[in-house]
Design a protein around this ligand. Sequence first.
Ligand code: ZN
Length: 144
Amino acid sequence: MSNSVEGEGWQRVHPAEHLRSGYTSVDSLLPDADWFWWSLQRFCVPDCCGLDAYDLSAESVAWACGWGTVRPASSDRRDEKPGDPRELAVALRTAAQQIRALDATCVSASLFNHILVPESCAGLLEDLADKAEPETISADPGQS
Ligand SMILES: [Zn+2]
């Protein structure tokens, strides 16, 4: 098992060291979904470990959203009443667009405690949106 927070669809990119002294907070842009963020903090808490506190695997996100059936090995906690994962996915994608539109060299949020370049942060949110949406049965299983 890997504890990497990077999925197939997302790579974290840290700003150059000399740019990290200041960053733009994106707290206000992130979806207000405590149930989601809290459930994903399976390894630790962001105040201690930054993004490494989160299990951002597809299984972990699906489990947090209430429709996943695979219990994440890291921790199987989730909110008893998860929010609507489709609404969450829309909000995550909206936030990603807003973060891309920022005039900023680096961004962070208290939820992440992890400074990233805006494109990386936006990519993270889009990756989460993809994983949060319930899977639909493929109409043409021959394609992948
Ligand atoms: Zn920690």
